[in-house]
Design a binder for this molecule. Structure first.
Ligand code: FES
Length: 162
């Protein structure tokens, strides 16, 4: 609950000027929901409710349509995410090579479960099921960088180096 209040407070101070620039670009065009949402997310890191309401008003797109698209595609996030995104693989190849130990280490060090973000919005932890680099298992992607042959200790060193 406290986290939701914090997020709402942060949204109250949302600067919508960059969003207006995006919307001007797409004014009068059709089939623009996905690019607008992509660019909006690139600005804010996620899709704040206030931004979606603003898009709905300015572009005359029902809010339900925006939420429909935003919840359909896995690329969109409706809650604020961490500055660092840690995607740890627990697919078969990674699992048999000890991925769960790495995930456990991350959970206890960060104090969050997969799918959660630390209260200071520094880290988001995600568990995925194959990153397409099974030869490097166990694997994690941290802020777009792929790290292979991980151990809990190596993972901690990566975190400390962020
Ligand atoms: S199972 Fe982890 S990269 Fe494929």
């Amino acid at each position: 609950m406290a986290e939701l209040q914090k997020q709402q407070a942060a949204e109250e101070t949302l600067d919508l000027a960059p969003l207006d620039e995006i919307l001007e670009k797409y004014a009068g065009r059709k089939g623009v929901i996905i690019p607008i949402l992509q660019e909006t997310q690139a600005v804010f890191g996620y899709l704040p409710r206030q931004a979606l309401e603003h898009i709905s008003r300015k572009m005359h797109i029902p809010l339900s349509d925006l939420y429909g698209v935003a919840t359909f595609y896995a690329q969109f996030y409706l809650t604020r995410r961490g500055k660092h995104i840690i995607r740890c693989c627990d697919g078969t190849a990674c699992h048999v090579r000890g991925a769960s130990k790495i995930i456990d280490t991350l959970q206890s060090h960060l104090g969050i479960k997969p799918g959660e973000t630390t209260p200071d919005y520094e880290y988001t932890l995600e568990v995925v099921y194959c990153l397409g680099s099974c030869g490097l298992s166990p694997v994690a992607v941290v802020d777009e960088t792929v790290y292979g042959h991980l151990t809990p200790q190596k993972m901690m060193e990566i975190l400390q180096g962020l």
